[in-house]
Ligand binder design. Structure first.
Ligand code: T46
Length: 139
């Protein structure tokens, strides 16, 4: 599975660091929504879903957390711990987030407004949908 980690240019000087996020530039889509999670309790795992059409970029702007990304045939785990790094999460990728540090602020940029009907929250259904996608791709 191709994991796209976007290196976000950091403008640093004696005052500290600054990262700018621009749609269609370092963020590869129009930004329709931004949300962030923080104060995540110890031992909590979040996510457990995929999206039909939503694309997102996740950035640990503070602290760290781990991600599982699963495309139905491969499962990859990675640590997000760098505010100058964005993780692109494409459509039809099952995601789980866990091991949030106490101070973690995980910010997510999304290309669509919130829409519960875009979620696939059942893993068996996700596997079925991804195998159909693969079948259509090979036809
Ligand atoms: C994703 C991962 C990385 C809203 O009302 N608006 C929003 O924009 C969002 C994202 C959530 N909500 C409500 C819906 C739920 O009642 O906030 C509550 C928690 O959302 P959820 O359980 O979906 O959170 P996570 O952490 O499991 O998943 C979120 C995103 O929903 C999802 O798209 O990719 O973060």
């Amino acid at each position: 599975m191709d994991i796209k980690l976007i290196r976000l240019q950091t403008h640093g000087d004696e005052r500290g660091s600054l990262v700018a996020l621009e749609q269609e530039n370092n963020i590869p889509f129009e930004i329709k929504r931004v949300y962030y999670m923080f104060k995540t309790k110890e031992g909590v795992r979040r996510g457990f879903h995929a999206h039909h059409s939503l694309k997102q970029v996740a950035i640990a702007v503070r602290g760290s957390c781990r991600f599982v990304l699963d495309n139905g045939s491969e499962r990859i785990e990675l640590l997000l711990d760098n505010p100058a790094q964005g993780l692109l999460i494409d459509t039809f990728i099952w995601r789980e987030m866990y091991e949030f540090s106490d101070d973690c602020v995980l910010m997510v940029l999304a290309d669509q407004n919130y829409d519960e009907t875009d979620y696939v929250r059942n893993y068996s259904e996700f596997l079925e949908l991804t195998s159909k996608e693969e079948m259509y791709a090979t036809l």
